[in-house]
Design a protein around this ligand. Structure first.
Ligand SMILES: Cc1ncc(COP(=O)(O)O)c(C=O)c1O
Length: 383
């Protein structure tokens, strides 16, 4: 056995445990969007990303089962070999039509899609400019890219402008709704800035798709911006659409390029066809069921009204952050809430910056007024 290597790994694990930063997966015995069951006990769920309650919508479950019967369980290959079935094409066309982009490519996850988007589209002569609070999948892609890499202060357009002015070939990357703070950039102003420096703007709208804008078209649409003004957009199916997988959408040239040169696309098994069938149904419900978005918005407004005295971050999205500071404190509060039947995971560094461990409260259309009232009462007691 390579003892030295094992000793190095054990030491890193012990160090993480000593810092109260060890994470372990929780196994759900049951899940219905609003409630989850862990070790035989039911909890109100305020930690998921199933914002519209679509993960357990009966029509979506039926589409999954029908899709398996019709197309088989797996795709059997890379999309460029034998992995692309009719349902993949249908999903790609449907997404392009919904969002108003020329083409989209499907990926097995948002993490992979972000890797493909940044690694494929950037080259040595470019510099990637990322918001400081960008998701790990974007940061890792930028770190692995041949391009230069710089970060600007969160949502700070003057910081971005300074970097734009210094770089000969900048490419700007931001998120529609930031995954830990729940806030959004001023995309119109950012786009204008990017245009004035000839810089492409790439958007990760994982938390905006389905939730923001008319028919849930996402953050750009919510801010009155046509998707075609962005260089490209990544969003995933694992949040508001309740499933899994992701896509990158944009102009024909951009997507044709990723199709040819994107190693994460070319050398990876295509999504399972029944998943695509289920995503198609989920999109249909998402577009048509405005009541889901209306209910979500009224839940957000209710939470912010009832929690007005709590130290909440400034967010109008379903992601509401309550910063507690140390990891120990965040863990202790999360534990206390669990005892009261509320599932609210503590989010600690390195997911969030040092000293800003927090509760990341996520709201859903599935929550009731009573759920949100109980949550705010309990938060007031334990914080
Ligand atoms: C902003 C953002 N981008 C990308 C991802 C990755 O997506 P996926 O979970 O589909 O890999 C996530 C999800 O964790 C996210 O929050």
């Amino acid at each position: 056995m390579p003892q030295a290597k094992l000793a190095q790994l054990s030491q890193a694990l012990e160090q993480r445990a000593a810092q109260q930063l060890l994470r372990s997966p929780v196994t759900l015995e049951r899940y219905d969007g609003r409630v989850l069951v862990v070790a035989g006990k039911s909890y109100l769920n305020f930690s998921g990303n199933d914002y519209l309650g679509l993960a357990t919508a009966p029509q979506v479950l039926q589409a999954f089962a029908d899709g398996a019967a019709q197309f088989g369980a797996g795709s059997s290959g890379s999309p460029l070999v034998t992995g692309q079935h009719a349902v993949h094409q249908q999903l790609s066309d449907n997404l392009a039509d919904w969002l108003g982009v020329e083409r989209v490519l499907l990926f097995s996850s948002g993490f992979t899609a972000n890797q493909a988007m940044l690694l494929t589209l950037s080259s040595k002569s470019d510099t990637l400019l990322l918001d400081k609070l960008s998701h790990a999948s974007l940061i890792d892609a930028a770190l692995h890219s041949e391009a230069g890499f710089k970060r600007f202060a969160h949502n700070d357009l003057s910081a971005l402008q300074q970097l734009l002015a210094q770089q000969p070939q900048p490419m700007v990357v931001t998120e529609g709704v930031f995954s830990m703070d729940g806030d959004s950039p001023d995309l119109a102003a950012m786009l204008a800035l990017c245009h004035s420096y000839g810089a492409p703007l790439l958007l990760d709208d994982a938390h905006g798709l389905g939730v923001q804008g008319p028919e849930g078209k996402g953050t750009a649409a919510a801010q009155g911006i046509a998707q075609s003004e962005l260089f490209c957009t990544m969003a995933n199916f694992g949040k508001a659409l309740g499933l899994g997988g992701a896509f990158v959408g944009g102009s024909k040239t951009v997507i044709d390029y990723i199709e040819q040169f994107g190693r994460h696309y070319v050398y990876s098994t295509a999504l399972p066809p029944p998943l695509c069938a289920a995503v198609l149904t989920s999109i249909e419900l998402c577009r048509a069921d405005n009541w889901r978005r209306d209910k979500l918005q009224s839940n957000i407004a209710l939470f912010r009204r009832l929690g007005a005295d709590l130290p909440l971050l400034n967010s109008q999205s379903p992601i509401q952050g309550l910063v507690l500071g140390s990891s120990e404190r965040a863990l202790a509060v999360s534990q206390q809430l669990k005892q009261q039947g509320i599932w609210l995971s503590a989010i600690r560094p390195p997911t969030v910056p040092q000293g800003s461990a927090r509760l990341r409260i996520t709201l859903s259309a599935a929550h009731t007024t009573e759920d949100i009232t109980l949550l705010t009462q309990q938060l007031r007691q334990v914080r």
